[in-house]
Design a protein around this ligand. Structure first.
Ligand code: NAD
Length: 391
């Protein structure tokens, strides 16, 4: 038996395979088509950290005693590849992190929207059908979807479905697809497809709605520089906190639109990886329900708090960071206070362990070490063509 992690070359997938391999003697098989490396290069950007070739990553992992880990190259949108993968390895769990994960990349034009939706939806469908068709109906399927599937409603976000009322009758229904980008909508569709896969194939599903992740690494990736995970900071692939950190390192003021009090959910890389590792290795009897939604976040944070935290922590790195409020060019509620339930995820990881300040300290540390790379790519902080983005 084995555990498969898709997207194993990615920001989340790589530290996740390392953590799982460290905790089990089972074979841990990572799968990736290395598309993320090409996508980032295609927008003229690069990771602040050096991302070692996969052979070097694996050699370094072996030196750390992880001889149960391997990574194979393959495209999950190819059905024949997925069929072979599942038939040969008969996984006990599949941790599915492979995706085109950037909203602004999916918004560039119709071609990028097509590529994103085709890639993400086809990969997930191939995996769930593959499990079913190879009689692997007990395999735990875990996917990192996104908290973006909820949009930004005016009421507290539940950890899963919603209650709907019509004509005096009420029922529990899946949360509406309120995603705000072509990428985020792939995860709304995936969430609906996962629900159907559970209903039709009886597959145990954990739909992990991942929040915006901050952090530069985990214990495992810090053990050797060849094990470092990627840390993108450009407009298309850097999340808001990492882009702000890069701007601070390059000497730019941090620009907050209007009040900047609107909050978004966040989670540290450490707390995200820990939850995925626990789900990969959990006893079936310990899962709350055969189809469970987790809101993979530890806290909602406002844009202005992100900027002010970076300014405070930046002082420790001798960065003189100013926070500027400018008139908001977007039509948005600058004071929208998102509230999101995450009790179930908190229980899974026994509460978060890396707070935002600590995570940003680590990110600023990694980026100041690579200040020359960050500064050389400062033209990548902004899009080529101005358009709105949602993290
Ligand atoms: N990083 C975040 O802040 C964040 C927030 C919400 C949700 N997520 C979700 O978490 C997951 C991991 O995100 P990430 O930041 O590590 O992204 P990432 O791009 O670094 O990792 C995804 C990996 O999947 C691979 N991949 C993509 N399509 C593939 C295919 N067809 N076949 C094989 N491999 C393929 C890529 O090459 C990449 O290495 C994604 O599902 C993403 O949507 C991430």
């Amino acid at each position: 038996m084995s555990i498969i992690v898709t997207g194993a070359d990615g920001y989340v997938g790589w530290p996740t395979v390392l953590r799982i391999a460290k905790r089990t003697d089972q074979r841990v098989l990572g799968v990736d088509n290395f598309a993320r490396r090409e996508w980032v290069a295609s927008v003229g950007a690069r990771s602040a950290t050096s991302v070692a070739p996969v052979e070097d990553r694996l050699a370094a992992a072996e030196e750390q005693g992880l001889s149960n880990l391997s990574v194979i190259e393959g495209d999950l949108t190819e059905r024949a590849f997925v069929d072979r993968l599942l038939a040969v390895h008969e996984p006990e769990a599949v941790i599915h992190t492979a995706a085109q994960p950037s909203a602004p990349f999916s918004q560039i034009n119709g071609e990028h929207a097509n590529e994103t939706q085709h890639n993400n939806l086809q990969a997930t469908r191939n995996l769930v059908f593959g499990l079913h068709e190879h009689d692997l109906n007990d395999t735990h399927f875990v996917e990192t979807t996104t908290t973006g599937v909820y949009g930004a409603p005016e009421f507290p976000i539940p950890e899963g479905g919603a209650t709907m009322e019509n004509d005096g009758e009420r029922d529990e229904v899946p949360f509406p697809a309120m995603a705000g980008s072509w990428y985020h909508l792939t995860k709304s569709h995936d969430a609906a497809n996962l629900r159907l896969a559970h209903t039709q194939f009886d597959l145990p599903i954990s739909d992990v709605r991942t929040a915006i992740i901050y952090g530069a690494g985990t214990d495992e990736t810090r053990a050797d520089e060849r094990l470092a995970t990627r840390l993108d900071f450009d407009y298309y692939f850097g999340v808001v906190a990492h882009r702000f950190a890069a701007q601070a390192v390059a000497g730019y003021p941090l620009t907050v639109y209007g009040k900047g009090e609107q909050r978004k959910p966040f989670v540290s890389l450490e707390d995200a990886v820990e939850g995925l590792a626990r789900l990969a290795l959990c006893d079936p009897d310990d899962r709350p329900e055969p189809h469970t939604v987790y809101n993979q976040t530890t806290r909602a944070i406002s844009i202005v708090e992100i900027a002010e935290t970076i300014a405070d922590v930046g002082a420790e790195y001798d960065l003189d960071v100013s926070v500027e409020h400018v008139e908001n060019p977007r039509e948005e509620d600058e004071t929208h206070k998102m509230e999101i339930e995450h009790d179930r995820y908190d229980r899974l990881i026994d509460g978060g362990s890396v707070d935002f300040e600590t995570g940003m300290d680590e990110v600023l540390g990694a980026m100041t070490e690579q200040a020359a790379v960050v500064t050389a790519h400062e033209d990548r902080f902004l899009p080529d063509v101005l358009e709105d983005r949602e993290d």
